[in-house]
Write a protein that binds this ligand. Structure first.
Ligand SMILES: Nc1nc2c(ncn2[C@@H]2O[C@H](COP(=O)(O)OP(=O)(O)O)[C@@H](O)[C@H]2O)c(=O)[nH]1
Ligand SMILES: [Mg+2]
Length: 303
C-alpha cells in the first residue's frame, strides 16, 4: 500500500464513529436519485449531527435542491463530496521544510492532546530523517514533564527540561540555543494549557516568544493550536481566544477517532481560517497524519 493508500485507510479507520452515527444511516439516502421533502429534511438533520455547521449544511442543501429542480435527478453523494472538498481545499497547510533551526510551539487548553501530538510529531519528523529536540515547556506539573520524557524515548529524541515549577521561557531559551549549537532543524516546545486568565496566558506565551527571539529572531516559526474534535464546535470560542494571543499558524485536530462529530473540521476551518496541518486519529505513535481533504471526505462518506 502506498503512502496515499495508507492515508485513506487511516482516515477511514479514524472516522469510523462519525460514519457509524451519521453517514451509515444516511447511506440509503445518498444512494437515491430522487429525494422528497421528508428525505431532504432527514439528510439535513444528519449533516447537522455530524457537526458540519449551519452555513455548510445550508449550502449543501441548497445545492441538492437546485440540482433536483434543474434536472429532476441527483447524485447526493457526488454533490456532497464536491461541495465538501471545495470548502476544505481553501486552506492548504505549509509544508514542514528544513531551513536552519525552526521552532514549533504547541498551544491549547488542558487535555486537548498537546503533549501527545508533540510526541507523535517528533516521531513523524524523526522517521523522515530530521533531527528533533523536544522542550518540556509545561513546567506546571511533574507528570507533564515525565510524560514528555517518555514520548522522547519512544521517538528517539532528546528532551530538554528544567525542574517542575521552573520558568518555561528559560527552558525554551535553553532548547533553542542547544538546537542551534547542534544544528538540529526542529525544536518542538510543549506548553501548559491551564492558565488562570487570558492575560496570564498572553504574558506567558509572550515571555516564551521573547526569550526564543534572543536566540532566533524569527522564532517561533510555527505555532500549532491543538484542538480536541470531541468537543465539537464548543471548542471554537477557546480556539478564538488562543488565536488572538498566540499568533497561531496551524491547527491540529486531535481525537477525530473518538468523535462522532468529525464534520467539525469544516466549521473549524471556516471560522478560524487557519490551515489544519495534522489530525490525530488515535493514541499511537503513528496516529498523527497530515490533513488530506480527499482522504478525509472519503473517510467520512465511505467509498
Ligand atoms: N483517541 C485519541 N486520544 C488522544 C489523541 N490525542 C491525544 N489523546 C489522548 O488525550 C489525552 C490528553 O492528552 P495530552 O497530550 O496529555 O493533552 P495535553 O494536556 O494537551 O498535553 C491523553 O489520554 C491522550 O492519549 C487522539 O488523536 N486520539
Ligand atoms: Mg500536556
Amino acid at each position: 500500500m502506498g503512502f496515499l493508500g495508507g492515508l485513506i485507510g487511516k482516515f477511514k479507520g479514524g472516522l469510523q464513529r462519525t460514519r457509524e452515527v451519521v453517514f451509515r444511516p444516511m447511506g440509503h439516502l445518498l444512494g437515491l436519485r430522487h429525494l422528497d421533502e421528508a428525505q431532504l429534511q432527514e439528510v439535513e438533520d444528519l449533516l447537522l449531527q455530524a457537526d458540519l455547521g449551519a452555513p455548510a449544511v445550508g449550502d449543501l442543501m441548497a445545492r441538492l435542491r437546485t440540482e433536483l429542480k434543474r434536472s429532476g435527478s441527483v447524485d447526493p453523494r457526488a454533490i456532497l463530496r464536491e461541495a465538501l472538498l471545495t470548502r476544505l481545499r481553501g486552506f492548504p497547510p505549509k509544508a514542514l521544510e528544513v531551513r536552519g533551526t525552526q521552532v514549533l510551539l504547541l498551544v491549547g487548553v488542558n487535555g486537548v492532546g498537546k503533549t501527545t501530538t508533540l510526541g507523535k510529531l517528533a516521531a513523524h519528523l524523526k522517521a523522515r530523517g530530521d533531527d528533533v529536540l523536544i522542550v518540556a515547556g509545561d513546567t506546571f506539573r511533574a507528570a507533564a514533564i515525565d510524560q514528555l520524557e517518555h514520548w522522547g524515548e519512544r521517538a528517539g529524541v532528546p528532551v530538554i527540561r528544567n525542574q517542575m515549577g521552573g520558568d518555561p521561557a528559560a527552558v525554551a531559551f535553553d532548547g533553542a540555543a542547544a538546537a542551534v549549537a547542534r544544528r538540529t532543524p526542529w525544536v518542538l516546545i510543549d506548553t501548559a494549557g491551564r492558565l488562570h486568565t487570558k492575560d496570564h496566558l498572553m504574558r506567558e506565551l509572550e515571555k516564551i516568544r521573547r526569550s526564543l527571539q534572543k536566540v532566533l529572531p524569527e522564532a517561533p516559526h510555527r505555532v500549532f493550536l491543538v484542538l480536541d474534535a470531541t468537543t465539537g464546535q464548543n471548542g471554537l470560542a477557546q480556539a478564538e481566544a488562543f488565536r488572538q494571543v498566540a499568533g497561531v499558524t496551524d491547527l491540529v485536530l486531535t481525537k477525530l477517532d473518538g468523535s462522532a462529530k468529525g464534520g467539525v473540521v469544516v466549521p473549524i476551518l471556516e471560522r478560524l481560517r487557519i490551515p489544519i496541518a495534522f489530525v490525530g486519529l488515535g493514541e499511537g505513535l503513528d496516529d498523527l497524519v497530515p490533513f488530506d481533504p480527499e482522504a478525509f471526505v472519503d473517510g467520512l462518506l465511505g467509498p
